[in-house]
Every structure is written in structure tokens, then in C-alpha cells.
Design a protein around this ligand. Structure first.
Ligand code: NDP
Length: 296
């Protein structure tokens, strides 16, 4: 019997916990604040930012939104970040990627105060994660950990394969799986576009986390019986729908579910967790910065 994960249900539970923490902070006069900064005309980026702001409103986090003209010099963005770094009402700062080509992404990430870096992408926070002392776990891999825990998948001693080595998903995911402690202690292999015989790697895995951005590239033939499959991929493919497209993951769901004991769907699997974990990190940031303890 295959368990198909209900990511929305798990995210609801996390949002409820976050709301409780918001109340605890409010009792001490602290209102968590998240600032989003958009320097792009891209429709998808605008949608992501507005989803994040709406999620803030739902859990009682104060949202601040700033838009920078994509043609403005990089310094305009940096000045805004300095202002937000100094603003005591702002506990978390998120710059929606991508930024325009004339702005160096790495410089943006380094300009955010690491204590307010709720994405967890500042080099200091990356270093802390690798050292096993994470301040803010990056939202998507943290969400995957929450899914595994909710599904009762014990990672300890398991062979985990992460397909993808990006800074936002693949690498932090592998780092979390290999850490000491709960949700870690897995023997972890990271695969990427230069990996030879990917199918041999995934077939040998107890847990496969797919984050390659290639529609349905992992099918049932590449998996062994009883595997746990977490599909991070979100890919638009042409389809005969009203919008002219549909969203699919990196996993061919129908053939993979024949083999899997636990599997996440797309949509409705990992996606809802990503924003929930951003709310979680923002509340954690408010707690760390105010010194008011919360039960997260
Ligand atoms: P990137 O494009 O930054 O990274 C993709 C990774 O997959 C790279 O490391 C690449 O290898 C590897 N890869 C590409 N093709 C293959 C292949 N054929 N075989 C093995 N490895 C391959 O993507 P992201 O990490 O940002 O995102 C991955 C997917 O997850 C996307 O579909 C994205 O939309 C989705 N996503 C979903 C989120 C959610 O909330 N659910 C959040 C973030 C992303 P190499 O390094 O060699 O190029």
C-alpha cells in the first residue's frame, strides 16, 4: 500500500504551530516582520512574492514589501537592504530571485544581515548548516525533512540519493540528510547532470529526493520496491488545459507509485511546505532577535 503524502495537510499543521508562536511573541509585545524585496518584472516572481506576503498575513506575521525598478543600479537594492537590516520591525529579509544580470546574486546574499537571512543562503548560514549548527535551514529541504518525519520515514542508516546539487535545494538537502540527529544520519549520495548511470544510483536508494527540474525524468524502472520518493520538481509542460500547461514533477508519478511505499505528488507535495517553512524561519528570527523563547 503506497502512502501519497498530503503536503497541504502537513503545511497546515506547521502554520498552526507558527501561529501559536506568533501569539507567544505578541504576548511579549513582539510582532514578527518579514520584508520581501522584488527587483523584477517577471510574472512568476511577482506571484511567488504575493503568495509569501499572503502567507504572512494568515499567520499574523507583519509583511513589508518593496519593489525596486529592475533597471535601477545595484546600489539601490543594496541601500534598501541596509535600511531593512537596520529596521527593528523587520526580522526576516527575502530578496526574490532572480535579480537582474547587472546585480550579482552572491553580493545580494552577502548584504543581508545573516540574522535576518530567513532563506538561509548567506555564506555564514550555509557554513553553520554544514557544521551541523544551522540557524535557519533553507525552506525547501527543511520542508522535505518535515514530510519525511510526518510520514514516519526514519532516515537513520538509510541510503539516500539526492538528484540535483543546486545551492537552494540539492546541496542543503544532502547536508541535512547527512547530519547527526533526527532527520539525518543517512548515507547520502548527491547526483547531478554529470552523474554516470543515475538509474543504478536511484535503484540502490531507500530514499530518493528529486530536484533536477527535468519533467518526469525518474520513473518506476529507476526505483526499487519500498522506496520513499520525494519530488521537489515543479515543471510546466504543455497540456490540453485551460491555461495551456500543467505542472509535473521530476518523477513520473504513476510508474513510481507502483514501487514506492511513500511518495509525494506534484502539485500538493513539497510545494506547500516551502512557504510554511519560510513562516517558521521568520518566527524563529523574531524569537532569536527579541530573546523571547518560542516552542518551534
Ligand atoms: P537548478 O536548475 O538550480 O538545479 C538543478 C540540478 O539538477 C543541477 O544540479 C543539475 O546538475 C541537476 N540536473 C539537471 N538535469 C539532470 C539530469 N538529467 N540528471 C541528473 N541531474 C540533473 O534547480 P533547483 O534546484 O532550483 O530546482 C530544482 C527543481 O525544483 C525545479 O523543478 C524547481 O522548479 C523545483 N523547486 C521547487 C521548489 C518547491 O517549493 N517545491 C522550490 C525550489 C525549486 P548540474 O549541477 O550538473 O547542472
Amino acid at each position: 500500500m503506497t502512502t501519497v503524502i498530503d503536503g497541504n495537510g502537513i503545511a497546515d499543521g506547521i502554520r498552526a504551530d507558527v501561529s501559536d508562536c506568533v501569539e507567544t511573541l505578541a504576548d511579549e509585545g513582539v510582532v514578527p516582520g518579514l520584508a520581501t524585496v522584488l527587483m523584477s518584472d517577471d510574472g512568476a516572481s511577482e506571484t511567488y512574492v504575493s503568495m509569501k506576503q499572503q502567507a504572512c498575513e494568515e499567520v499574523g506575521i507583519r509583511g513589508f514589501h518593496h519593489e525596486i525598478d529592475p533597471d535601477a543600479p545595484a546600489e539601490t537594492l543594496f541601500e534598501k537592504l541596509d535600511e531593512l537590516n537596520d529596521d527593528p520591525d523587520v526580522h526576516g529579509i527575502l530578496v526574490q530571485m532572480p535579480v537582474p544580470d547587472h546585480v550579482t546574486k552572491r553580493t545580494v546574499l552577502e548584504r543581508i544581515d545573516p540574522e535576518k537571512d530567513v532563506d538561509g543562503f548567506h555564506p555564514e548560514n550555509v557554513g553553520r548548516l554544514v557544521a551541523g549548527n544551522a540557524r535557519y535551514k533553507p525552506c525547501t529541504p527543511h520542508g522535505v525533512q518535515k514530510i519525511l518525519a510526518a510520514a514516519g520515514v526514519d532516515t537513520e542508516g538509510k541510503d539516500a540519493v539526492v538528484v540535483g546539487r543546486s545551492d537552494i535545494v540539492g546541496k542543503p538537502m544532502a547536508n541535512l540528510l547527512v547530519q547527526y540527529g533526527e532527520g539525518g544520519n543517512a548515507t547520502t549520495t548527491v547526483c547531478h547532470s554529470r552523474t554516470e548511470d543515475l538509474a543504478a544510483k536511484t535503484r540502490a536508494a531507500d530514499i530518493v529526493v528529486a530536484a533536477a527540474g527535468v519533467p518526469e525524468m525518474i520513473d518506476g524502472e529507476m526505483l526499487s520496491e519500498g522506496v520513499t520518493v520525494v519530488d521537489v520538481g515543479i515543471n510546466r509542460v504543455d497540456a490540453d488545459t485551460e491555461k495551456g500547461y500543467e505542472l509535473v514533477g521530476d518523477v513520473d508519478f504513476e510508474s513510481a507509485r507502483e514501487k514506492a511505499e511513500v511518495i509525494t505528488p506534484v502539485p500538493g507535495g513539497v510545494g506547500p511546505l516551502t512557504i510554511a517553512m519560510l513562516m517558521y524561519n521568520t518566527v524563529k528570527a523574531a524569537s532569536l532577535q527579541s530573546g523571547v523563547a518560542v516552542d518551534l
